[in-house]
Design a protein around this ligand. Structure first.
Ligand SMILES: Cc1cc2nc3c(=O)[nH]c(=O)nc-3n(C[C@H](O)[C@H](O)[C@H](O)COP(=O)(O)OP(=O)(O)OC[C@H]3O[C@@H](n4cnc5c(N)ncnc54)[C@H](O)[C@@H]3O)c2cc1C
Length: 393
């Protein structure tokens, strides 16, 4: 008998878990509260640690159709415009880590994961299924949705994101914390930009109390831009907070920070921005936060993080891969399997969460610290930017 898993949430984490677990021989029922699967119009960076896993799942051809593979990652001063440091990606990443560094439109990644999930015979997707509660006993998990569906299975995987209901039921915790950082996101066709603003590189513009990251997606045809500015918006910074932003807020912040003309030109050349109040949780404190009994958390439900290491979705994919690796070992006791999953994953996730917070402090450094940051990057460049502990994993 194949074990039956309920996976809650059809984001990148839930889809990755559904694919990896069904490939490992589990019957999967994926429950998503929305009427259709839709990702926000934004990009995602995927390091070699992530691409290696996606390739192993048979997604190499599908990925090649949609990703961009930037040649370099560069750090530039948001004030002087000077290139502080560069790290070779492209062939270098492939040689060093056995997989490329890629950038992708979130909707493209979601679609290709969905297509792969739909090819798995033992996997069923149910939309309009908002999970409201669950109970677990020695032999099973029983789950209910707001729509009146009741389901029973061997295990429940909560991949329901930052505001996870599964986490709330499992750990009885408070809401995520508001970081006071606001992300402005935009996507523009490169042909709509003046020649000098088009780019095929990953560029991080580092300022004081703000930074901007740009990179190509959709085979390089589009440019994704994310600007993060410190400061509360004075609104309801909760899960519904995805407002259409006027570029004027962002322009004012850049001009106040004395941003370089090329950066100001880039932002001025884009009309449509979305605003996103960033929330997170402190780094995980133990395996109990990732699994208890027959219930496990995965992705943002377990370890929501600041996006300054570009690894939130990456850690969700690593979680899914680890779960599948343990399942592939053969028939086992489910609580024991989930406990081993939690033991293997929580410290890695906590480390990435902590490093993401630290990176944010460095990206937004002021005064002497900012001077030290720029100097260290100029002197040590690739030695600081390359992260074997992260990409080799
Ligand atoms: C500005 C920004 C930039 C980022 N850049 C990167 C990057 O470059 N690289 C990277 O790896 N990560 C990045 N991230 C992080 C990444 O976006 C997230 O870590 C990732 O999307 C989390 O995926 P998830 O599936 O865990 O959660 P989500 O994407 O939040 O998916 C959760 C799903 O669960 C569903 N759901 C919620 N509640 C219920 C319920 N009760 N019942 C049923 N379904 C439910 C939701 O509708 C949703 O579909 C970035 C994040 C931000 C904010």
């Amino acid at each position: 008998m194949k074990p039956e898993f309920l996976i809650v949430g059809g984001g990148i984490g839930g889809l990755a878990a559904a694919l990896a677990c069904s490939r490992a021989g589990v019957q999967v029922r994926l429950l998503e509260r929305s009427a259709q699967l839709a990702e926000v119009g934004a990009g995602i960076q995927m390091g070699p640690n992530v691409m290696r896993r996606l390739y192993r799942w048979g997604l190499q051809d599908a990925l090649t159709q949609v990703v961009a593979m930037p040649e370099r990652l560069q750090a530039r001063s948001a004030v002087s415009g000077k290139t502080l440091a560069e790290l070779s990606l492209g062939e270098h990443a492939l040689q060093r880590y056995g997989a490329p560094y890629a950038t992708v439109h979130r909707a493209d990644l979601q679609q290709l994961l969905l297509a792969a999930v739909q090819q798995q015979t033992d996997t069923r997707l149910t939309l309009n299924a908002c999970v409201s509660s669950f109970t677990q006993s020695a032999g099973a998990v029983n789950l209910s949705t707001a729509q009146g569906l009741s389901l029973r299975a061997d295990a429940l995987i909560g991949a329901d994101g930052l505001w996870s209901r599964v986490r709330q039921c499992l750990l009885g915790e408070q809401a995520p914390r508001v970081t006071g950082h606001v992300a402005y996101r935009a996507m523009v066709h490169q042909s709509a930009l003046p020649e000098h603003l088009r780019s095929q590189l990953v560029t991080a513009w580092l300022g004081s109390r703000l930074h901007v990251v740009q990179y190509p997606v959709r085979r390089g045809e589009w440019l994704n831009v994310v600007a993060v500015v410190q400061g509360h918006l004075g609104g309801p910074e909760n899960q519904t907070w995805d407002h259409q932003a006027t570029a004027s807020h962002l322009r004012a912040a850049l001009s106040k920070a004395g941003a370089h003309a090329s950066l100001q030109d880039l932002v001025a050349a884009i009309d449509e921005w979305r605003m996103w109040a960033l929330c997170d949780r402190p780094p995980m404190r133990g395996a109990f936060e990732q699994a208890q009994g027959r219930v496990a958390l995965l992705g943002d439900a377990a370890h929501p993080m600041r996006p300054y290491l570009a690894q939130g979705a990456g850690m969700a994919i690593e979680d899914a891969d680890e779960l599948a690796r343990l399942l592939a070992d053969g028939p086992t006791d489910i609580p024991d399997l989930l406990q081993r999953y939690a033991q293997t994953r929580w410290q890695r996730n906590a480390r990435v969460q902590a490093r993401s917070i630290r990176n944010g402090e460095i990206y937004h450094a002021q005064g002497l610290l900012r001077w030290g940051r720029d100097r260290a990057l100029s002197l040590l460049g690739p030695r600081i930017m390359d992260m074997p502990w992260l990409y080799k994993y």
